[in-house]
Structures are given as structure tokens and as C-alpha cells.
Design a protein around this ligand. Structure first.
Ligand code: DSN
Length: 419
């Protein structure tokens, strides 16, 4: 019981080391990932994992909460102060359970929910067909315009007026443009729906002032804590007014979850503390500047960017004009040390497991201290690998090998936090 991981389970210890090496040597361009700080990492690996705490601070179903109550209260207070909300629940295990809690709080099975369709940039839990939210509720969807790649709010209003959803989601997983929270709020008010802003991707940008805040517009805000917010894997639900606090709390526990993961709660508190600093504000703005620089480089090299560019941390590209599928491109880029994910693009004619696009994000590379010069270099490498792949696998492998060496040289100059 007292041996170190490497002596008790060398197999797992070696695999963790291998993953650490992999993360060190690659350029993380996955839009939903980041590198947490050493302090956040430290908080996740603590004795807090030993404790059960069903309930909320001051009202638990287990004794021994003298310390846990203080930790959870700190996390809640930091969330409230950072985002300017009256209520925060830091217990959802991740983004999907957080969103399910919104259904539990406001809807009955069979009620209508309106969200952005998954291939247009929404999330599974916004009512997509394969998700419980699409099976147990009545989902209606909006997308983006074919000519602009952007949400058409007139269309959103039209669908809302026709379908009368009880819940509307705005936000998603592959939206490169600013979300117009006031416009969504107006539509929700007009049809009497609850507006949920899913800011999982952009929470760090909102906290750092690099994206408008949904506070004062959305009735409820859900977010994961591990994307641009740079915390541990977890989630939060927030509300501007006290009106929805009790319903949201009841939905998370006992509605959907048991004991909160206290080690995660502590790490969320640490991340929220970090996100309240001037340094984090500068980080959030640099994430956006970096995405813009990368988008410009890719645009100048003839890549087809959905909506033509980006306002945030995220770029979605359709590789069809390059003659390459998203999946082989992501795989070749991964071999070169550039980690991305293949992704459907709006109006994709290919299947989700072999789609036309790739998605890129700059949260991770910015945490490593990279700036716009490095983004332009990354754009050059992406172009070289994709162009070579279009000519054939053999051609691509030469280029991949060369780029991999150059990527290693770059990553060695920008150590990742926490590694
Ligand atoms: N899988 C997350 C993302 O990559 O955006 C969303 O669930």
C-alpha cells in the first residue's frame, strides 16, 4: 500500500511516462484540449479522492466534511466571482452530465429542445439523434448558412416560433465564430424557452475577456473546465439569477449523480484562481490572436475554412478542395507530431467516421508560450503534409518524417506546463 506507482505497477507507470513524452513532443492542436498547470495537476492526484460527499456544503449525507466543504465552497465562490454569476454548481462529472442536468431541471421526457445540429458544430447533448437527449426528448435543430458558414439567427427564430421549444441551446463544439448571446436570449424570451449557453469551448476566453459573456443573457450556463479554461476534466453549471439555482442543484444531485469527485473540485478551484489573474487574461487574448494568425496562414495557402476564418480559438477546415479526406489528413499530421481531430463540416457529404474536415485549436500551443510566428510555421507544416498526402502516401511519408523532426525542435523550445 505504500509503494510508489513505478514499483507497484511499472506497466501503468511506464505508459503514463510514455504519454507524458508524447505530449511533450507533439504540438497539441485539438481544440478541446489544453495543458493544465503543475498546480492543477497536483490537486487532482490527492487524498481528496478518498472522500464521499453526497450533498452540498453544509448539507451532506456523510460525516467528515470539515475540509471538503471548504474546498467546494472556495470553488463555488471563485466561479461566481470569475464569471459574475449568482450561482455555481461545480459537481458535474463532465460536460455531458452537466447538460443532462439542464434537461432534468427544466424539461419532461418528450419536451422539445432546440440545439445546433452536430454536423454544424453543436454537441451530442444538444438533442442529436444518437444521444439520450435526442431519443428521450423531441429535438429540433438549427445549422449554419451554406454561403456564410455562420448561424442565421432569422432561421433560428423561425424554427423556434414554429416548434416552440422549452429549451434552447446555443454554443457547441466546432463553432469558429462569436456566439451572439443577446440575439439567442431575445428568441428564447419570445417563445418562452429556457436559454442554455454551452460555453465549454470558450469558457477560458469568456473568463479572460476575449469572447462576450453569456451572463445576463442565458438563463443557465454550462461549461467543461478542461478546455480553454485550462482546468481538470470536469464541468460547472452557472446561473445569473437565483431563480434556477435550486432546480439545477437538485438535478445534479440527487437527480443524476452521486458523490462529487472532490479531487477534481479542488483542481477546478485552483484553475479558477489561475483564470482570475492578469496573466490568464493575456493568455486568452493570445489564444485568439494565435488562431487568427494560423487561419490567415491557412487561408493564404488555399485552405477552405468554414466561415472563412475564426473569432475564437478554433478553426474548422473542409479539405475537399485539397483532394484529401479529414481522417487520413489528421492521421498523417499526427505522425508528423501535429495533433488534430478529423471532423464533419457543415453540409458534409461524407460519414462522421470519415468526414471531410479537420478541426484545429490554439489553446494548448498558447499555454506552451507559442505566438503568431509559431502559428504561421504550423500552418506551413499543415500545408506541406496535406499537399504531400494528396500526391500519395509515399510522398507524404518523406514530408511527414522531415516535419516531425522540425516539430520536435519547436516543442523542445516551448516546454509544456505541468510536464
Ligand atoms: N469532445 C468534445 C470536443 O472535442 O469538443 C466535446 O464533447
Amino acid at each position: 500500500m505504500s509503494g510508489s506507482l513505478s514499483s507497484v505497477d511499472p506497466q501503468i507507470a511506464d505508459l503514463i511516462k510514455a504519454e507524458e513524452r508524447r505530449q511533450t513532443d507533439t504540438v497539441k492542436l485539438i481544440a478541446s484540449e489544453n495543458y493544465v498547470s503543475k498546480a492543477v495537476l497536483e490537486a487532482t492526484g490527492t487524498v481528496l479522492t478518498n472522500k464521499y460527499s453526497e450533498g452540498y456544503p453544509g448539507k451532506r449525507y456523510y460525516e467528515g466534511q470539515q475540509v471538503i466543504d471548504q474546498i467546494e465552497t472556495l470553488a463555488i465562490e471563485r466561479a461566481k466571482s470569475l464569471f459574475g454569476v449568482n450561482h455555481a454548481n461545480v459537481q458535474p462529472y463532465s460536460g455531458s452530465p452537466a447538460n443532462l442536468a439542464i434537461y432534468m431541471a427544466f424539461l419532461q421526457p418528450g419536451d422539445t429542445v432546440m440545439g445546433m445540429g452536430l454536423p454544424f458544430g453543436g454537441h451530442l447533448t444538444h438533442g442529436w439523434s444518437v444521444s439520450a437527449t435526442g431519443k428521450w426528448f423531441n429535438p429540433v435543430r438549427y445549422g449554419v448558412r451554406k454561403d456564410t458558414g455562420r448561424v442565421d439567427l432569422d432561421e433560428v427564430r423561425e424554427i423556434a416560433l414554429r416548434e416552440r421549444p422549452k429549451l434552447i441551446f446555443c454554443g457547441g463544439t466546432a463553432i469558429p465564430r462569436t456566439i451572439d448571446f443577446p440575439a439567442f436570449a431575445e428568441i428564447a424570451r419570445e417563445v418562452g424557452a429556457v436559454l442554455a449557453a454551452d460555453i465549454a469551448h470558450i469558457a477560458g476566453l469568456v473568463a479572460g475577456g476575449a469572447h462576450p459573456s453569456p451572463v445576463g443573457h442565458a438563463d443557465v450556463i454550462s461549461t467543461t473546465t478542461h478546455k480553454t479554461l485550462r482546468g481538470p476534466r470536469g464541468a460547472m453549471l452557472m446561473a445569473t439569477s437565483d431563480e434556477h439555482a435550486a432546480a439545477l442543484n437538485k438535478a445534479v444531485f440527487p437527480g443524476l449523480q452521486g458523490g462529487p469527485h472532490n479531487h477534481t473540485t479542488a483542481a477546478i478551484a485552483v484553475a479558477l484562481g489561475e483564470a482570475a489573474t492578469e496573466e490568464f487574461k493575456a493568455y486568452a487574448h493570445q489564444v485568439v490572436a494565435n488562431a487568427r494568425a494560423l487561419a490567415e496562414e491557412l487561408n493564404s495557402r488555399g485552405f477552405d475554412l468554414v466561415s472563412g476564418g475564426t473569432d475564437n480559438h478554433l478553426i474548422l477546415m473542409d479539405l475537399t478542395p485539397k483532394g484529401v479526406g479529414g481522417k487520413p489528413a489528421a492521421q498523417a499530421l499526427d505522425r508528423a507530431g501535429l495533433e488534430t481531430n478529423y471532423n464533419s463540416v457543415p453540409f458534409d457529404t461524407r460519414k462522421p467516421f470519415d468526414p471531410s474536415g479537420i478541426r484545429l485549436g490554439t489553446a494548448g500551443v498558447t499555454s506552451r508560450g507559442m505566438g503568431t510566428d509559431e502559428m504561421r510555421q504550423i500552418g506551413v507544416w499543415i500545408d506541406q503534409v496535406v499537399t504531400a498526402l494528396a500526391k500519395g502516401e509515399d510522398e507524404a511519408e518523406h514530408v511527414v518524417a522531415r516535419v516531425q523532426g522540425e516539430v520536435r525542435e519547436l516543442t523542445s523550445r516551448f516546454p509544456a506546463p505541468g510536464l
